[in-house]
Ligand binder design. Structure first.
Ligand SMILES: Nc1ncnc2c1ncn2[C@@H]1O[C@H](COP(=O)(O)OP(=O)(O)O)[C@@H](O)[C@H]1O
Ligand SMILES: [Mg+2]
Length: 257
């Protein structure tokens, strides 16, 4: 785990960040501070507002009020592609791969999409040798190189999630937001994913939502507990997990594996 000093730079800072859906405060006056270079976990019961907070931080939702600074730059209300240009990339809670394309093709598309929003399917130029090496390097990093040319539909679930991580990595983000990267995984895939995230977190900032306390405990420098859109507790994992309010609100029901 990274040692983080009190005066470390801040990757994300929100002030009174709020999102109201038809009168319902999904994210309610959240002051979040994520230190640069840290792995910061966001936990809390279903419906606590974790995904909504991710959507706000990445520009997929516009806040009702409050501000968002990313690397000291005010990105409040900016669309996803502008936030992405600040070095922010995310994974989604729900898998969104194309079953008939191979892993290699997915990574190629991710790299080609770097210059614009999303994938640019109409571009069909041959990849340069340099790009080809980059594709293979990304696949190698997530352990998929030997399966590079298999249609994704034939991959195991954990391999698909690993591929999604490589697509996030392709963007060379300074800040990665991972929404439940181990959701639905068996124990072996969870362990592999912990190691993978640890590796790709080096030199970056990672904000991670996960329900598995083993994942949070092994990776997170700091933990923020959300409940009903508000911050219930925050601190190092060992401190937060012994917090009575957190145990009552959440950990009592969470996966302690
Ligand atoms: N687009 C939306 N419209 C209305 N309500 C929403 C929308 N997105 C999320 N919510 C509500 O906001 C709350 C927080 O949801 P979410 O951020 O997905 O929670 P979590 O990821 O912590 O499980 C939930 O009650 C959810 O139903
Ligand atoms: Mg969610």
């Amino acid at each position: 785990m990274l040692a983080v000093t009190a005066d470390a730079r801040v990757a994300v800072r929100t002030r009174a960040l709020t999102k109201v859906f038809r009168g319902f405060r999904a994210v309610d006056a959240v002051d979040l501070e994520v230190r640069e270079g840290s792995v910061h976990a966001l936990v809390g019961p279903n419906g606590a507002g974790k995904t909504t907070l991710f959507n706000l931080l990445t520009g997929f939702l516009t806040p009702t009020s409050g501000t968002i600074l990313v690397f000291d730059e005010d990105v409040t209300g900016q669309p996803p592609e502008r936030v992405a240009r600040r070095g922010v990339a995310r994974s989604f809670q729900i898998t969104s791969l194309f079953e008939t394309l191979t892993s290699r093709e997915h990574v190629e598309l991710a790299l080609q999409g770097l210059t614009s929003q999303g994938f640019r399917f109409w571009r069909s130029e041959k990849l340069l040798g340099r790009d080809r090496a980059r594709v293979e390097d990304l696949l190698e990093q997530v352990g998929l190189l030997r399966l590079a040319d298999k249609p994704v539909g034939l991959l195991a679930y954990g391999q698909k999630r690993a591929l999604e991580l490589s697509l996030v990595l392709a963007l060379e983000p300074r800040l990665m937001l991972l929404d439940e990267p181990t959701a639905g995984m068996g124990i072996e895939d969870v362990d592999r994913t912990i190691e993978l995230i640890r590796r790709i977190a080096a030199g970056r900032t990672v904000v991670l939502v996960d329900h598995n306390m083993r994942v949070v405990g092994s990776l997170a420098d700091r933990v923020t507990v959300l409940q009903q859109g508000r911050i219930l507790a925050e601190g190092p994992y060992d401190e937060v997990r012994n917090d009575e309010r957190v145990i009552t609100a959440y950990l009592g029901e969470a996966d302690h594996a």
